[in-house]
Design a protein around this ligand. Structure first.
Ligand code: GTP
Ligand code: MG
Length: 295
């Protein structure tokens, strides 16, 4: 039975591995992960129970200097996420330091745990020492590899000391606060980030317009999923579709396989590509795509 809960917000620069840690803790893929910075756009909660403690990890977008209204929304999400949690996990990447982040992490009286990620890329363990020395003001410094899982359970045991007495915040078996429809859209956006270069994928948004289950004539369950991919320019649309539609076909196939894995059923996926010029700077478009602050 759960008798203690702990809510931890993970903050850090883009690409340091926040979503990878979120997934590692939850034991399944909840947040999309790509080698490109600024992958995560909204707050995602992941739940993991260990013994009598329920851990709720709040994954946030990478902290950066915003250039668009979407970027402003992402940064605002980070600032809001550090409020009202039991502990802030400030993540930096092995070898890269950060001067600005501690100011965001240390607002208010919330305890901060510093996590140094990607230690699997270290050639020598003692190369961590200068980083640890630089951040010596932090009482808790935990080196981890979110990718291999090294140090993750140790991190949980350090965080456990900040847990509060109380019953579970999320029911048994629930690993995320995300709607299936949101995850499906995110899985498609992940493939856009994987397959397209430079600014193009950052200017895309995915809307799921149909999500309905039915039985095939052979009596097998199948989910019909329609998605519309929005991009910022006509030239981008042409690249997303590709020569003879090859690119969109590849994106569609990769997405379908991942959605099938996530839903546990066969999926019939149809994709459309539309242009919504400069949508990242339009408040109404941001609202339509769900990039609005939670109440
Ligand atoms: N070698 C190594 N790579 C990692 C580790 N953790 C994450 N990565 C890789 O780093 C890249 C970024 O990971 P994400 O989890 O998407 O990073 P993020 O901090 O959520 O990024 P944003 O959402 O853009 O802020 C991916 O290619 C991951 O596979 C790690 O412990 N070791
Ligand atoms: Mg992320």
């Amino acid at each position: 039975m759960i008798t203690k809960t702990l809510v931890a917000a993970i903050i850090g620069r883009p690409n340091v591995g926040k979503s990878t840690l979120t997934n590692a803790v939850a034991g399944e893929k909840i947040a999309i992960v790509t080698p490109k910075p600024q992958t995560t756009r909204h707050r995602i909660r992941a739940v993991a129970n260990r013994g009598e403690t329920q851990f709720v990890f709040v994954d946030t977008p990478g902290y950066h200097t915003p250039k668009t209204k979407l970027g402003e929304y992402m940064v605002k999400t980070v600032r809001e996420s550090v409020q009202g949690v039991d502990v802030v996990v400030m993540m930096i990447e092995n070898g890269r330091e950060d001067d600005e982040l501690p100011n965001i992490a240390k607002r208010g009286k919330t305890p901060v745990v510093l996590v140094i990620n990607k230690i699997d890329t270290l050639e020598r363990v003692d190369s961590l020492l200068p980083i640890i020395a630089k951040y010596s003001e932090f009482e808790h410094i935990i080196p981890i590899s979110a990718k291999t899982g090294e140090g993750v359970e140790e991190l949980l045991s350090v965080l456990a000391q900040f847990a509060q007495d109380g019953g579970a915040l999320f029911p048994d078996g629930m690993t995320s606060d995300q709607d299936d429809l949101v995850v499906v859209g995110e899985l498609v956006r992940e493939k856009l980030l994987m397959c397209l270069n430079q600014e193009i994928p950052h200017g895309t948004a995915v809307e799921v317009t149909k999500f309905s289950e039915r039985d095939t004539t052979a009596g097998e369950p199948v989910i019909d999923v329609d998605v519309t991919i929005y991009c910022e320019r006509d030239t981008h649309k042409r690249i997303i579709i590709g020569k003879k539609g090859e690119m969109i076909k590849r994106i569609g196939e990769l997405s379908r396989k991942d959605i099938e894995r996530f839903m546990g059923t066969k999926v019939f996926l149809q994709t459309w590509v539309k242009v919504k010029e400069g949508w990242r700077d339009h408040s109404t478009a941001l609202r339509d795509f769900g990039y609005v602050s939670e109440p």
